[in-house]
Ligand binder design. Structure first.
Ligand code: URA
Length: 230
């Protein structure tokens, strides 16, 4: 069967099949990551597709058991179609490496799959996705979640953290603490690399150390999952 026909006939799961605190609207498509990527490429559920180059769906091992959720793609991600390849991605790679991890071990994606921007002259300036755009996109994170069935999840920044833990979640208070999302999956939220890059110098160093510490906690949890002890 052609990919598009397969995609249209994909079975669906109820919105309640994922342990997100923020609601998912509609039924969640159940399909392989390749099919889901093709479906998301045609998504018109919010206006962001109009100005973006493409959806930035996500990448990484389907069976690794770990998902890392960022906020939304930036300019370089929009052009390349890959998550975390711009300045925030380079800082994330540095922090992962300091924590003894490599991005190839993780499934990396975002809460919102399209770049949102304002034009200023020739530049495209990042603009935060609003509540409607975040809501409309959540179905794709839910579909990825059902496919990956992660054991561990890391939310980078408030947008991703609030999707998992709810609107009252505050990074400043609850960062770096594992919480059970359901019987299968625990999740931790930490600083978004872009927020670290924007912070003034002393705060930047502190937050980067905290990001590395939280990623070390992820590395330890991954070893535990694989049955290795520290
Ligand atoms: N910021 C994000 O949240 N995700 C990306 O992919 C890039 C920057």
């Amino acid at each position: 069967m052609a990919l598009r026909a397969k995609v249209r006939s994909a079975p669906r799961a109820p919105a309640s099949a994922v342990p997100f605190a923020k609601p998912v609207e509609g039924e969640i498509p159940r399909a392989g990551l390749r099919q889901l990527r093709a479906m998301a490429a045609d998504c018109r559920a919010c206006p962001l597709w109009r100005d973006a180059t493409q959806t930035v769906f996500g990448e990484g091992p389907a069976r690794g058991g770990v998902i890392v959720v960022g906020e939304q793609p930036g300019d370089e991600e929009d052009r390349s179609g890959r998550p975390f390849v711009g300045p925030a991605g380079r800082l994330l790679d540095q922090a992962l490496s300091e924590a003894g991890l490599d991005r190839s071990e993780l499934y990396l994606t975002n809460a919102v799959k399209h770049f949102k921007f304002e034009r200023r002259g020739k530049r495209r300036m990042h603009d935060r996705a609003n509540a409607h755009e975040q809501q409309a996109c959540r179905i794709w994170l839910a579909a990825q979640w059902l496919r990956l069935r992660p054991r561990l999840a890391v939310a980078l920044g408030a947008m991703a953290a609030q999707t998992l833990f709810g609107a009252s979640f505050r990074l400043t208070r609850e960062r770096g603490r594992w919480k059970d999302l359901d019987a299968r999956t625990r999740a931790l939220a930490t600083w978004h690399p872009s927020a670290i890059l924007r912070a003034p110098a002393p705060t930047r160093q502190l937050r980067l150390r905290e990001l590395v510490r939280d990623l070390r906690a992820l590395a330890a949890a991954m070893r535990e999952l694989r049955g290795e002890s520290d």
